[in-house]
Ligand binder design. Sequence first.
Ligand code: SF4
Length: 335
Amino acid sequence: MITENLITWQSRLPTWQQALQNAVRDPQELFALLELPPDLLQDTVWENPRFHLRVPRSYVARMQKGDIHDPLLRQVLPLQAEQLPFANFTTDPVGDNAASKGAGLLHKYQGRVLIIVTAACAIHCRYCFRQHYDYRENNSSELQAIYNYIQSDNSIHEVILSGGDPLSVKDSRLMELINLLATIPHLQRLRIHSRLPIVLPERVTPELIAALTQTRLQTIMVVHANHAAELDNSVTQALRKLADAGITLFNQAVLLRGVNADVESLVQLHERLFEQRVVPYYLHLLDKVQGAGHFEVSETEALSLIEAMRERLSGYLVPRLVREVAGLGYKLPVF
Ligand code: SF4
């Protein structure tokens, strides 16, 4: 009876919320879906990390079966290597705690504030710089406090919705927040940082597009794709819908060993993104977050990758290589 009720409740949810609920959370199930040998599981996988496995099924379907080195799988599979200590890797690598203004607001850069809309994500990326973030202490449940802070500072022209993933909340919550922000006269732009159009393209619904476009604020979306294999037809269609609705689209990627740290992967990714009218924006050096040391690519290697990209691509297809430095008022360009 309980199972029946659960199934009925789930079937009433929009497709994207059902997909969110049905994410793969068990490494054993992931291995079975990808037809990977179980002995590899014991040898390489960290089965119960605090930042647990979470990956949508449609994203799993884009992985190569039988390939433990698949670049999409590498981004989500918790490895035992995450438990190794690496010098200078911390739980707050980009200075979020120092920038916190309470109520889920971060104020790092002049003219812009960031709202941690939710702790929830559709996917748990193993290199995520907020994987240790204390969302219970810093959440955006007090909209009035957010409003008061932004309203009282005329220099703030842009609000960034982040998380977690801001598009993992329901449309009604998103609209409540956007409508509130739109009442602040000095705000001009709304920027949404989201990986959902890439990992759960079902999220790009007509209702979402209406919520993002029926506001006086200029809307910009920064998506997060790291590899061309992430961009299947469902993703390219979702990106086109957003672009057709007039939303300016940028991509930020993270340079990750074992995922995209080779020139061919980076060229394909940025060409394919631009085909969908997504402008290459940033290529981030890894934020030194505890648990992600095995993904690091040195600055020297990164620079030679950028140089090789420049030889292959038009200038506008080459993203800016940057590092986020805690306490600095901008992203530090590396070239
Ligand atoms: S989607 Fe973004 S916030 Fe969520 S785990 Fe991945 S990198 Fe972190």
